[in-house]
Write a protein that binds this ligand. Structure first.
Ligand code: HEM
Length: 412
């Protein structure tokens, strides 16, 4: 086990290359790890993370005012509490559940079919860059009622906004770039919001425009912030989860064979992928008063980063936590996409992900479709696997070779 000595930093290149190598040492030797350069604590034990995310009085989301608002243009759901949070969250939940979800599954299937088509005869696809990234944006744009033809432009602006939120320490140049992207994204959205106010449709932006809280409609800025909130929250983890699922199944051929034989195991494979390699690795909170965590006093006002990847590998919570096992009994699949989830990959408490059921439907639909199209799926010749990101994390690319299933290669 590597040692967490005084020079150790979770912001080092070594840690970024493979954080999983350090998680056990962090939990055992420095469970509330202080990073002086950013004056923040990194919490790695499952029970401490759960406490920080569920004790809303002691640990708030105040820091989002500085970490998100400058690019989101207003307050996101995670900054709200009480009746306002319940009311606005409900509007978004309605856009991702029930009949709407059924319609969206059909749209997801159609989008995935269109995006994978050019790669089928080649028998080779980069599951992140050729397919997963555009698909994640297509799906989020569809859900919001935005035009997919704009996806490449939106992708550039969206990356700048996401970079602002998911970078622990930004340089002044990158900060300017991110703010510029936010300006352009806002300029793109405002005329659309104005149009939906005049002629509401049955999309989520229209629902946000017509919703009232305390008898008052939301301003353009309020709506913009929630649109960006959903866009980033829905798109950022989706391609990563899909690619990580394929990586783990390829690395565990016996489990891949079982999923192929019984596709109802896919949900368990997705839940285990989320536990084993959560695409959202860090969730920030702010200590509202001095708090003691694992014997360390965290002073009031300080930022705490919950380390989801480390918490999900805590032996206090999961047996043999470093083993990928779609059959594990301590991760009830049915609960894994609900508020009762055992893993913490969707967060927990008041701000737990509103899109968990949608994410399951999206990844399950797409993975089932790809598995039926790809025979003998394997890493591409000479492919070198690399993960990137400290805050959100996933493969930089995932080059796959496959034999198209019978009929596909003839365009049937
Ligand atoms: C595998 C996919 C996904 C993962 C891993 C994920 C992860 C998370 C996490 C960790 C949080 C908690 C943040 C916090 O406590 O501060 C969260 C919140 C949220 N997620 Fe997701 N998410 C996923 C998909 C989605 C989708 C598809 C949507 C689309 C609606 C979505 C919308 C949201 C929203 C709006 C919140 C804020 C909830 C609130 O503050 O009340 N997410 N997500």
């Amino acid at each position: 086990m590597p040692l967490i000595n005084s020079g150790f930093s979770v912001l080092s290149e070594d840690f970024a290359a493979d954080p999983y190598r350090y998680f056990a040492a962090l939990r055992e030797q420095s469970p509330v790890h202080y990073e002086p350069s950013v004056d923040s604590y990194f919490v790695s034990r499952y029970h401490d993370v759960k406490r920080v995310l569920t004790d809303h009085e002691a640990f708030s989301t105040e820091m989002l005012q500085a970490r998100a608002e400058p690019v989101m243009r207003g307050r996101v759901l995670a900054q709200m509490t009480g009746a306002e949070h319940t009311a606005k969250r409900k509007v978004i939940v309605r856009g991702f559940t029930g009949q709407v979800l059924q319609d969206q599954v059909r749209a997801i299937h159609a989008n995935a079919t269109e995006l994978i088509a050019p790669f089928l005869t080649r028998g080779r696809v980069d599951l992140i860059n050729d397919f997963g990234k555009p698909l994640a944006l297509y799906v989020a744009l569809d859900a919001l009622g935005l035009d997919k033809k704009d996806w490449q432009q939106v992708a550039v602006w969206y990356s700048g906004v996401a970079e602002f939120i998911t970078t622990i320490a930004l340089t002044p140049e990158r900060r300017r770039h991110c703010l510029d992207c936010a300006d352009q994204l806002e300029a793109y959205l405002v005329p659309i919001i104005e149009e939906r106010r005049r002629r509401p449709g049955d999309d989520l932006i229209s629902a946000l425009c017509t919703a009232e809280y305390d008898g008052v409609a939301m301003s353009d800025r309020d709506v913009t912030a929630l649109v960006l909130n959903v866009l980033i929250a829905a798109a950022e983890p989706a391609d990563k989860t899909l690619a990580l699922l394929f990586k783990h199944l390829i690395d565990h051929p016996e489990q891949l064979a079982q999923v192929r034989q019984d596709p109802s195991l896919l949900a368990a494979a997705i839940a285990e992928t989320l536990r084993y390699t959560p695409p959202v690795q860090l969730i920030p909170r702010q200590a509202e008063r001095d708090a003691v965590l694992a014997g360390t006093t965290v002073p009031a006002g300080t930022i705490i980063f919950c380390m989801i990847g480390a918490a999900n590998r805590d032996p206090e919570a999961f047996a043999a936590p470093d083993t990928f096992d779609i059959h594990r009994s301590d991760l009830a699949t049915a609960r894994s996409f609900t508020a009762a989830a055992q893993h913490l990959s969707f967060g927990t408490g008041l701000h737990q992900c509103v899109g968990a059921a949608f994410a399951r439907a999206e990844i399950e639909t797409v993975a089932a479709m790809l598995l039926s199209l790809f025979d003998q799926v394997r890493y591409g010749d000479g492919f070198h696997y690399q993960e990137v990101g400290l805050y959100t994390r996933g493969p930089a690319s995932l080059l796959l070779d496959f034999t198209p299933t019978a009929g596909v290669e003839n365009g049937k």
